[in-house]
Design a protein around this ligand. Structure first.
Ligand SMILES: *[C@@H]1O[C@H](CO)[C@@H](O)[C@H](O)[C@H]1NC(C)=O
Ligand SMILES: *[C@@H]1O[C@H](CO)[C@@H](O)[C@H](O)[C@H]1NC(C)=O
Ligand SMILES: *[C@@H]1O[C@H](CO)[C@@H](O)[C@H](O)[C@H]1NC(C)=O
Ligand SMILES: *[C@@H]1O[C@H](CO)[C@@H](O)[C@H](O)[C@H]1NC(C)=O
Ligand SMILES: *[C@@H]1O[C@H](CO)[C@@H](O)[C@H](O)[C@H]1NC(C)=O
Ligand SMILES: *[C@@H]1O[C@H](CO)[C@@H](O)[C@H](O)[C@H]1NC(C)=O
Ligand SMILES: *[C@@H]1O[C@H](CO)[C@@H](O)[C@H](O)[C@H]1NC(C)=O
Ligand SMILES: *[C@@H]1O[C@H](CO)[C@@H](O)[C@H](O)[C@H]1NC(C)=O
Ligand SMILES: *[C@@H]1O[C@H](CO)[C@@H](O)[C@H](O)[C@H]1NC(C)=O
Length: 316
């Protein structure tokens, strides 16, 4: 017992030493390389101010974002989150739930200075109306991003496939923008850590291999592709799928899915699916057995199709 206690103390002392060493190193690093104002790094503060100049803030929601002396510490600005250890900005959340209420921001452009925020892990610009402007290419260089939400931001122009460079992404929501039709999803399998994907309202009518692209995401649990003009899966490609078994929630509502190949694809997930929405498609004929085999299915929506039988075979 005593020997055990001593080695624990030794271990703790060693751990403390390591910790001090690590923190010392960090402080040194900051003082040498960057200009820290409070916790906030000057270069990043300037980048945020430039970013603010690309927004229209009629309701003064970002009044804390200012150059005034008492507001120097950008880590205290609304929607800005800094690392306690390094002072770098690691999160930017200007979504409705943080700044909202009855008021909103408008977007003119995204300042290229945003790339100075190289340590960003969370970026939420959802529901800022960017009025159809092109989404900037440099998003692909913010490679530390793990959560990216640009939904309802009314970006237009070419679909930003450079998000394929963001290989640390866990969460990607690009739904409800106004991009031109998507050429391919070749970039999607690069996001091998992705757990949540929503591309609703993107035009995927030319992307015939979307089921394969989705299947190459081993961690994906939530997939939402509402109103994407999705083509039905092609049987000959389906038979070669080596699928992930992780999908729990699939929403493919408001498409033109018309063939039973979609059921075959979904049967890949017969042990993991909890929530399935196929409403507002053009599925016809009898309801296939496959649902009866989906052991965890708790929610199934087939509303507004031309399916025949009532769900006699359903367990739930
Ligand atoms: C640090 O930032 C302050 C405020 O912007 C500036 O006046 C000062 O010159 C900077 N110092 C260095 C060493 O860059
Ligand atoms: C960082 O600081 C904030 C505010 O002081 C605190 O809420 C948070 O728990 C800290 N995070 C870590 C990882 O220490
Ligand atoms: C976005 O802003 C433009 C320009 O102000 C406006 O015409 C459009 O209605 C807005 N869209 C939404 C959904 O608020
Ligand atoms: C990804 O990054 C590399 C190098 O940073 C760049 O050359 C390439 O064009 C980027 N690809 C996309 C799709 O953005
Ligand atoms: C989707 O894009 C195709 C062309 O790629 C076009 O024919 C079709 O009308 C578009 N769908 C919608 C809903 O805009
Ligand atoms: C299929 O997946 C297994 C493990 O998940 C892997 O070992 C195998 O190489 C994969 N086969 C193909 C053809 O991708
Ligand atoms: C993902 O899907 C599961 C199962 O339907 C659900 O419980 C969960 O809330 C979803 N996650 C998100 C982030 O929406
Ligand atoms: C359902 O499972 C049973 C046995 O578990 C199997 O014989 C049958 O082929 C399965 N049906 C489908 C559509 O996967
Ligand atoms: C799930 O589907 C696979 C093939 O798609 C099949 O081999 C397996 O029996 C099915 N499991 C259940 C529980 O139906």
């Amino acid at each position: 017992m005593q020997g055990h206690g001593r080695s624990l103390k030794l271990f703790l002392a060693f751990a403390l030493l390591l910790l001090q060493y690590a923190q010392g190193g960090e402080v040194d690093h900051n003082q040498r390389d960057t200009n820290v104002t409070g916790r906030c790094i000057e270069k990043e503060r300037q980048a945020l101010l430039a970013f603010k100049r690309g927004l229209v803030d009629d309701y003064n929601l970002l009044s804390s974002w200012s150059s005034e002396a008492q507001k120097q510490d950008c880590c205290r600005w609304i929607g800005v989150y800094c690392s306690n250890q390094t002072g770098h900005v690691i999160g930017l959340d200007l979504s409705y739930k943080v700044i909202g209420g009855d008021y909103y921001l408008q977007g003119k452009m995204i300042s290229p200075k945003l790339i100075e925020l190289q340590h960003l892990q969370h970026l939420y610009l959802n529901e800022i109306n960017f009025t159809g402007s092109q989404f900037p290419d440099f998003i692909g260089s913010l490679t530390n991003l793990r959560y990216l939400d640009l939904s309802w931001a009314y970006f237009g122009g070419k679909f930003p496939s450079q998000v394929g460079n963001l290989t640390n992404l866990v969460y990607l929501d690009l739904s409800c923008n106004r991009f031109t039709s998507v050429e391919n999803l070749n970039w999607l399998p690069l996001l091998s850590s992705l757990r949540y994907l929503d591309l609703s309202y993107a035009n995927l009518s030319n992307v015939f291999d979307w089921p394969e692209a989705v299947n190459k995401l081993p961690e994906l649990t939530n997939l939402t592709l509402q109103e994407c003009d999705l083509p039905s899966p092609i049987l000959s490609t389906l038979s070669y799928i080596n699928s992930s078994k992780s999908l729990a929630s699939v929403d493919l509502s408001f498409n033109h899915l018309s063939t039973s190949s979609i059921f075959l694809w979904l049967s890949n997930y017969n042990t993991s699916l909890v929530h399935l929405d196929l409403s507002f498609n053009q599925l016809a004929g009898s309801i296939p057995d496959v649902f009866g085999n989906m052991s965890s299915l708790a929610h199934l929506d087939l509303y507004s199709n031309q399916l025949e039988a009532i769900l006699g075979s359903l367990k739930q």
